[in-house]
Design a protein around this ligand. Structure first.
Ligand code: C5P
Length: 230
């Protein structure tokens, strides 16, 4: 089996509070099989040193800080993030086109080979929570945000695998980064979940997978299982 094909698909979300646990899991994983996502939890506690530690273990890092602020602030924050040598960074598309372009400019300034992607709507939102915000048409909002992401020429968007269908793929060059992946029907806090193979069939480029791997007794066996499934 071609390792690169699989590496290109799996991003393990290291959602731990303790660096010790993050490093223990990473030691069991193979950087040629998957990339790692560092989120707000670990980064807030340990800062850039956690990125350095994992990059030294040869992992490519998706820094999931979901920036959302005025364009000038996002630009400066993105500059600092890309200087860490990360593979991918994200921002919230709801921050608006100017903010998205500012983030891309920061990426272009530091390293055009790193990726910049935008979050559409979080996968925990369901009909009620969207209605509460006065945003009843999830499909339309995801579509509008994806058009904006494409116009801003960023690399991809974060969305639910189920959202990809409402996006006119022929009109964009976006990659689709999809959380809400489960091997079984446990949904945790996602409003809907998808298996790795269905997510790929729906058009996912990368699968973001946290708890099914981080909470497993043998995490590498789950990565291997997913590799075989896809
Ligand atoms: O444990 P689980 O597989 O549900 O982890 C999902 C990961 O994806 C979490 O780290 C969460 O922060 C992230 N996520 C995201 N964008 C969303 C929904 C979840 O980055 N829209």
């Amino acid at each position: 089996m071609n390792n690169n094909f699989n590496k290109n698909k799996i991003i393990v979300a290291l959602d731990y509070t303790d660096k010790k646990h993050a490093l223990m899991l990473s030691e069991q994983l193979d950087p040629s099989y998957c990339r790692l996502k560092i989120g707000k939890q670990l980064f807030t506690k340990y800062g850039p040193s956690i990125v350095d530690d994992l990059q030294e273990m040869n992992f490519e890092i998706f820094l999931d800080l979901k920036f959302h602020d005025i364009p000038a602030t996002v630009y400066k924050a993105c500059l600092e993030a890309y200087k860490l040598g990360i593979w991918m960074l994200n921002i919230h598309l709801l921050g608006g086109k100017e903010m998205v372009i500012a983030a891309k400019e920061a990426r272009d300034t530091v390293n055009k080979k790193s990726k910049i992607i935008g979050v559409t709507l979080l996968t925990n939102h369901n009909k009620e929570s969207m209605h509460y915000l006065g945003m009843d048409n999830r499909e339309e909002i995801v579509n509008v945000l994806s058009v904006m992401a494409n116009d801003a020429k960023i690399d991809g968007i974060v969305c639910s695998p189920g959202d990809i269908i409402s996006i006119n793929k022929s009109k964009n060059n976006l990659e689709f980064i999809t959380p809400g992946i489960r091997l079984s029907h446990d949904s945790d806090d996602h409003s809907k979940v998808y298996t790795p193979s269905i997510a790929l069939e729906l058009g996912s480029t990368y699968l973001v997978i946290g708890r099914p791997i981080t909470e497993a007794e043998d995490p590498m066996s789950i990565v291997e299982k997913i590799r075989l499934m896809i």
